[in-house]
Write a protein of this length. Structure first.
Length: 400
């Protein structure tokens, strides 16, 4: 038993030290991103601003959707842009929102496209494939219905396609942006929003630094071109993918294009989850990431420095050195959370909820481990099986 206890102690100490090292690397990656993207928006030459088609698939009425849609109609963009909405049926409740938007902003070209074909299990990509032929412009931008953006959003995103001289760089195939979650009332919503700003986006910035660039997209914004899309088979080639945003960036990278992450933060809505809804969503997210980045995902377990350092305190019987290590772990975890969550993302919710970080990280470690227990996910009321990112429907009435 003494030997087993020693082994456990050594393992959790090693994991804690790995987590501390990761946090320090993440701090360096965050500083690097801030320095490299500080003046990116100014590189866009207004006279070179291309026309942009914004594609937004809709399904039902999402929380804060109206605010998000309105923000897209109030862009200070020097070029032309249009909004294209897609629904599977004209009976969808979202159609009324599009009609109200047309009435309020008659100067904005707005199209509503019915997308009746079911091209694959990913309904969003199925709709996008049917919406794309209706787009007028070469540059295509996709984001979710509830995404809320600033008036300079479109200008800053398209600046991600610009080269040093301000003209468009044809080697850029995708531009994506960070995001934060607006938490609806409730503990589970707050935990997910906290995780986005202090865990997920930290991982994105760290991957960008370690891999010398970003090789995936974030669903908060996927800006690309028709030419780049055609090189990978268009949206239709992604209709069986769960992590379509990640896969779009990965395939464009393999096709020889660059992916840019620009410093324009957008906001999504995190619904008021029940515990079951929170767990289902976190597991889908975890298993999606696991299938997309298998090698990197294994290392994700090392990043949960607070749970590992607490385990070290318990394993050592409350030794002073273990308590000191816990203090260091808390310091570096709080530092990276505040640096990215507040300093880069400007998410004020992080200051309110920073005391929840130990609980958030404990859940994060739990879902990381649980993600290996099965290949099934729940998505919009349907159960799917994952096979290296590919979706196969198993039932439409999931049970517990």
């Amino acid at each position: 038993m003494d030997v087993l206890a020693l082994i456990v102690e050594v393992v959790v100490v090693a994991l804690t030290l790995s987590g501390i090292a990761y946090s320090l690397i993440a701090l360096f990656a965050a500083r690097s991103f801030e320095h490299e993207t500080r003046n990116l928006a100014s590189t866009l030459n207004p006279s070179s601003a291309p026309g942009v088609s914004i594609l937004k698939p809709l399904r039902g009425l999402d929380p804060r959707m109206t605010i998000g849609l309105v923000s897209h109609c109030e862009q200070q963009y020097p070029g032309a842009y249009e909004l294209i909405f897609g629904v599977s049926s004209l009976q969808d409740p979202a159609v009324a929102e599009v009609d109200r938007l047309r009435a309020a902003y008659p100067h904005i070209p707005i199209q509503l496209i019915e997308c009746p074909a079911h091209l694959g299990p990913n309904g969003k990509l199925s709709n996008l494939a049917q919406m794309l032929p209706h787009a007028r412009f070469e540059h295509i931008l996709v984001n979710d219905s509830d995404i809320r953006v600033s008036p300079l959003y479109l200008q800053r995103v398209i600046a991600g396609f610009a080269g040093p001289a301000g003209s468009l760089d044809p080697t850029v195939g995708l531009v994506t942006v960070p995001y934060i979650g607006h938490a609806e009332p409730g503990l589970w919503s707050r935990l997910e929003a906290l995780g986005i700003s202090t865990d997920f986006m930290v991982g994105v910035l760290t991957a960008r630094k370690l891999e010398h660039g970003i090789r995936f997209g974030l669903g908060s914004t996927l800006a690309t071109t028709r030419t780049a899309l055609a090189s990978i088979g268009g949206f239709q080639s992604l209709v069986d993918q769960l992590a379509d945003d990640y896969e779009l960036g990965a395939r464009l990278t393999r096709a020889g294009y660059r992916v840019n992450l620009v410093r324009e933060v957008v906001q999504t809505t995190v619904p008021a989850y029940t515990l079951r809804g929170f767990c289902d969503h976190q597991l889908r997210w975890s298993r999606s990431t696991r299938d997309s980045r298998r090698a990197g995902y294994i290392g994700l377990g090392l990043t949960y420095v607070i749970p590992w350092s607490l385990a070290a305190v318990i394993a050592s019987g409350g030794a002073l050195w273990a308590i000191s290590m816990l203090s260091i772990a808390l310091l570096v975890r709080m530092s990276i959370a505040l640096t990215v969550g507040v300093g880069i993302l400007r998410d004020g919710q992080v200051l309110r909820d920073v005391w929840l970080l130990p609980l958030r990280d404990a859940f994060g470690l739990f879902f990381w481990a649980w993600s290996y227990a099965s290949d099934t996910v729940l998505w919009r009321g349907e159960r799917f099986r994952l096979n290296r990112g590919t979706l196969t429907r198993t039932s439409s009435n999931p049970s517990s």
